[in-house]
Design a protein around this ligand. Structure first.
Ligand SMILES: *Cc1c(COP(=O)(O)O)cnc(C)c1O
Length: 396
């Protein structure tokens, strides 16, 4: 790792750079399952951890390592653990840090499959879980139990862009002998650094902003200290949640433009969110860059910028939202987010359809809510697209 590179954008480009015998500027794809040993002693030393070098790709691989080192440098952690998917990262960290008869407190509006993992599957192994509004410190304090070993927060949360105070959560967790894990997917390492606010582990679905090109599914975990790093890495290796070298190459390639992509999308998102808020058809908008956001000040304190995710509700409810989503020509109707292309989706019938209606409404996910992930297209084209779609909405 190039420790002499301090600036974020310099790290994006140079951290995790290869030491390649041919001077390759980019880390090559080491598309191999296994690595040869010069002799039996070398093999034995590598297995015993007494010698550097690779053994087998599930355990480690230079292409994957380059990505892990780069994201670890960006998040200012001790090491990265790349996984097959974002859910592979969530699963790995839960299996590593929770035991039978322990308890986890998690954000109520956490990514649906993360909740299913904790509630349904870890529940089968004797782990109990509470889902609370983690933007409410009292609610979290109330939910803590003697056996709470993990506080798991997603901030900003999906799709309501609710912000949780990371430092306050770290203090609560540590006073309890628990660890704080932050799903920072919606912020990316560019907008928020949870480890610098005392979180113990930060995770990302790299499928979203880190890769940024909607062509890979993957995940990554970064730990603040060595002991936690080892515990989590061991579980990744044992469960086989590892990333693949080709996947790592693509993600690392996409990552290099993270700051440029986010700056561009964020500038457009600010324009578009203000425009949406000014429209008569719109009941409300949720964007962390607007002063109407209930946690505008906390978002400004904790994040470098507001990012590019906007949620809004049309006065005409679900029917109006459906018309809008069917009439847009530029924004693509699809789930996922954080790519170069603008995506639009309907949480109540798509990403959050699995939640019971009562839970969904409690989390603020109304039937007419539309989620909009701003890409890097020309903002005027995106505004024109929304305008024509809303106009046709009125005509019906
Ligand atoms: C997409 C997502 C995940 C899961 O990631 P996959 O790469 O789809 O497995 C986890 N958390 C958040 C916040 C996400 O948006």
């Amino acid at each position: 790792m190039h420790t002499n590179h301090k600036g974020f954008q310099t790290k994006l480009v140079h951290a995790g750079a290869p030491k390649d015998p041919y001077g390759s500027v980019v880390t090559p794809i080491y598309q191999t399952s296994t690595f040869s040993f010069e002799n039996t002693q070398v093999g034995a030393d590598r297995f015993a951890g007494k010698a550097d070098g690779y053994i087998y790709t599930r355990i480690g691989n230079p292409t994957i390592r380059a990505l892990e080192d780069c994201v670890a440098a960006l998040e200012e952690g001790v090491g990265g653990i790349a996984t097959s998917s974002g859910m592979g990262a969530v699963c790995t960290v839960c299996l590593a840090l929770l035991d039978r008869d322990t308890h986890v407190v998690s954000t109520a509006s956490v990514y649906g499959p993360s909740r299913t993992l904790m509630e349904k599957h870890l529940g089968r192994f004797g782990v109990s879980s509470s889902f609370v509004d983690t933007s409410d410190l009292e609610a979290v304090r109330h939910a803590l139990r003697k056996n709470t070993r993990m506080i798991y927060v997603e901030t900003p949360s999906n799709p309501m862009m609710q912000i949780t105070d990371i430092r306050a959560m770290a203090d609560l967790a540590h006073a309890q002998g628990a660890l704080l894990v932050v799903d920072s997917t919606f912020a990316s390492p560019y907008l928020q650094k949870p480890l610098s606010m005392d979180a113990d582990v930060v995770l990302h679905s790299v499928t979203k902003f880190i890769n940024g090109h909607a062509d890979v599914v993957g995940g990554i975990l970064i730990a603040r200290d060595k002991a936690v790093y080892r515990r989590v890495r061991d579980v990744m290796v044992i469960t086989g949640c590892n990333m693949d070298p080709h996947q790592a190459f693509l993600v690392h390639r996409g990552l290099k433009t993270l700051a440029l992509r986010i700056e561009r999308a964020q500038e457009s998102a600010m324009k578009i969110a203000s425009w949406i808020e000014s429209r008569d058809e719109v009941a409300w908008v949720r964007y962390t860059g607007l002063s109407s956001h209930p946690q505008y000040e906390l978002a400004r304190r904790q994040m470098r910028g507001p990012g590019s995710m906007i949620s809004f509700e049309l006065k005409g409810g679900f029917e109006a939202g459906k018309t809008l989503m069917n009439k847009v020509r530029l924004a693509v109707l699809a789930v996922s987010l954080g790519g170069v292309e603008t995506l639009i989706e309907h949480p109540a019938s798509m990403t959050h359809a699995g939640l019971p209606a009562e839970e969904r409404l409690k989390a603020g996910i109304t039937d007419g809510l539309v989620r909009y992930s701003v890409g890097i297209e020309d903002p005027d084209d995106l505004l024109g697209d929304l305008e024509q779609a809303l106009a046709s909405d009125q005509a019906h």
